[in-house]
Design a binder for this molecule. Structure first.
Ligand code: UGA
Length: 436
C-alpha cells in the first residue's frame, strides 16, 4: 500500500519506518527542510534504539522516502497519517495546541486525488478528528475521504518493539471502507494475532487519554504508598510485588520513584482534565494524580536536602541521569528539571552525567557542570543522586564511587540498589519507600 506520514517527530518517524518495514511504500513529510535533509543523509534527529537501522534499511529498499512537500506523496497515498506534534498550549491552561494538526489537514486536502483515509495518530482531544474532516472539506470540497483515529501507544526507548508487537491496535472509524483500509495497513499485526479494538472515532480518541492517565495513576498511587512505607518502615518494592502478582492489578508501572515525566503523561493528564471540565464532569482521581506527582518531585528535593544534613547550600552533588527515563535523550518534564533547579536555587553545586541527555540539559540547566562519566561526576562530591535508571548505572563500580565521593552518601531515587548491600559497603544509602 502507499502511505504518507505527515510529521517526522517521534511518532511519525517511528510509524513511517515501521510501515515501510511492513512492506508498504511510505513517504514521510515534514516542512522542516533541515530535518528532512538530515534524514535523507540517514541522520536520525532523535535517540531511539534501532530506529537508525530501520530507516537505513528501508531507504535502501526504496520503501521509505522523505519529502518537504505534499506531492509526490499525498496524491498517491491510500492512507495519510497525521503525526505532527500536539504540545501543551502556550496559554498554560492544560489544552493541547492543535494548530499543527489543523495546518496539516488544511494543507494536505488540496492534494487528495482518489478516496483517501486520513488518520489522526497524534494524541488529540475528543472531537479533533471531526474538526479535521471539516477543515479538509472546506479546503477541498470535492475530495472523497474518511477521517479515522488511530492512537499510538509506543514508549520512547522501546518504540520499535512497541510498534511491531503492540498489546493492541485501536482504530476509531465511522465507515467500513476506512476500517478495511486500516486493517490492510496493519495486516502484518493481524497475522500475529494482535487484538484490534475497532470503535467510534471519539472512543478511540478518549482511549488514548484514559490509558495514559491510568498508567500515571498507577505511578502516583505507588509513590504515595512509598511515602507511607517510609513512615512505617515497610518496603514498597515488596508491596508492589505482592500487589502486582494479582493479575487484576498487574505488576507494571508500580515502580516508586521521583515522579513521572516525559512528553506524554504530564500533558495528557492535564488534557484529560480539560476534556472532563469542558464537558461538565469531574475527573477527581486524575486531579489528585497530577498533584501527587508534583508533590513527589518536591519531596525528592527534600530527601536530598535531609540526606545532606538539612542544607544543600555550598555542597557539591553528583547527579547520575537527567532524561525522564533511560534510553532516551528526552528531558521534557523530566523530574531532573524540577529537582535540580530547586537544589541550584538553594545554593548546591551540581556535577551531572547522562549517557544521552547532556547536550539538551546544557541548554535548560546551564548552571550544572557536565561530566564525561559517572565517576568524574562523583569526584569530590558530598553526595551522589541516581535520578535515571540507565543500565550503566545498574553496574557501577561502587567502591570507586565511594572513593571518589567526599562523603559516602548515596541517594537512589530509582531503587536500583539494595539497602542492606549498600549499608555493608559503607554507604549512607537513601532510596524511595524502603527501609534503610
Ligand atoms: C508513555 C506510555 O507508556 C506509552 O504507552 C504512550 O504511547 C506514550 O506515553 C505516549 O503517549 O506517547 P513514555 O512517555 O515514553 O510512554 O514513557 P513511560 O515508559 O510510560 O514512562 C513515563 C514516566 O513514568 C517516566 O518518567 C518513568 O520513569 C515513569 N515511571 C514509569 C515510573 O516512575 N514508574 C513506573 O513504574 C513506570
Amino acid at each position: 500500500m502507499r502511505i504518507a506520514v505527515i510529521g517526522t517527530g517521534y511518532v511519525g518517524l517511528v510509524s513511517g519506518a515501521c510501515f515501510a518495514e511492513f512492506g508498504h511504500e511510505v513517504t514521510c513529510i515534514d516542512n522542516d527542510e533541515a530535518k528532512i535533509a538530515r534524514l535523507e543523509q540517514r541522520e536520525i534527529p532523535i535517540y531511539e534504539p534501532g530506529l537508525d537501522v530501520l530507516v537505513k534499511k528501508n531507504l535502501e529498499a526504496n520503501r521509505l522516502v522523505f519529502s518537504t512537500g505534499y506531492s509526490p506523496g499525498v496524491p498517491e497515498a491510500e492512507v495519510v497519517f497525521i503525526a505532527v506534534g500536539t504540545p501543551a498550549s502556550r496559554r498554560g491552561d492544560g489544552y493541547a495546541d492543535l494548530s499543527f494538526v489543523y495546518d496539516a489537514a488544511r494543507q494536505l486536502a488540496p492534494f487528495l486525488s482518489d478516496y483517501t483515509v486520513v488518520v489522526n495518530k497524534s494524541t488529540v482531544p475528543v472531537g479533533t478528528a471531526r474538526q479535521v474532516a471539516r477543515i479538509m472539506s472546506e479546503a477541498n470540497p470535492t475530495a472523497t475521504f474518511d477521517v479515522a483515529s488511530n492512537p499510538e501507544f509506543l514508549r520512547e526507548g522501546a518504540a520499535i518493539n512497541d510498534f511491531m508487537h503492540p498489546d493492541r491496535v485501536v482504530i476509531g472509524v465511522d465507515s467500513t471502507r476506512a476500517e478495511e483500509v486500516l486493517k490492510a495497513v496493519y495486516r502484518p499485526l493481524y497475522l500475529i494475532e494482535t487484538p484490534f479494538v475497532i470503535t467510534s472515532i471519539e472512543t478511540a480518541e478518549l482511549t488514548k487519554y484514559a490509558a495514559n492517565a491510568f498508567l500515571a495513576t498507577k505511578i502516583s498511587f505507588i509513590n504515595e504508598v512509598a511515602n507511607i512505607c517510609e513512615e512505617i518502615g515497610a518496603d514498597v518494592q515488596d508491596v508492589a510485588k505482592g500487589m502486582g502478582l494479582d493479575g487484576r492489578i498487574g505488576k507494571k508501572f508500580l515502580h516508586a520513584g521521583p515522579g513521572y515525566g516525559g512528553s506524554c503523561f504530564p500533558k495528557d493528564t492535564h488534557a484529560l482534565l480539560r476534556i472532563a471540565q469542558e464537558n461538565g464532569v469531574t475527573c477527581r482521581i486524575v486531579e489528585a494524580v497530577v498533584e501527587v506527582n508534583a508533590a513527589q518531585k518536591a519531596r525528592m528535593a527534600r530527601k536530598i536536602r535531609k540526606a545532606l544534613g538539612g542544607d544543600e547550600g555550598g555542597k557539591t552533588i553528583a547527579v547520575l541521569g537527567l532524561a525522564f527515563k533511560p534510553e532516551t535523550d528526552d528531558l521534557r518534564d523530566a523530574p531532573a528539571l524540577t529537582i535540580l533547579s530547586t537544589l541550584l536555587e538553594h545554593g548546591a553545586r551540581l556535577r551531572a552525567h547522562d549517557p544521552q541527555a547532556m547536550p539538551e540539559a546544557a541548554k535548560v540547566l546551564p548552571g550544572v557542570k557536565y561530566c564525561s562519566s559517572p565517576y568524574e561526576a562523583c569526584e569530590g562530591a558530598d553526595a551522589v543522586v541516581l535520578l535515571t535508571e540507565w543500565n550503566e548505572y545498574r553496574a557501577l563500580d561502587l567502591m570507586r564511587i565511594k572513593q571518589s565521593l567526599k562523603q559516602p552518601i548515596f541517594i537512589d531515587l530509582r531503587n536500583v540498589y539494595r539497602p542492606k548491600a549498600m549499608a555493608q559497603l559503607g554507604f549512607a544509602y537513601h532510596s524511595v519507600g524502603r527501609v534503610k
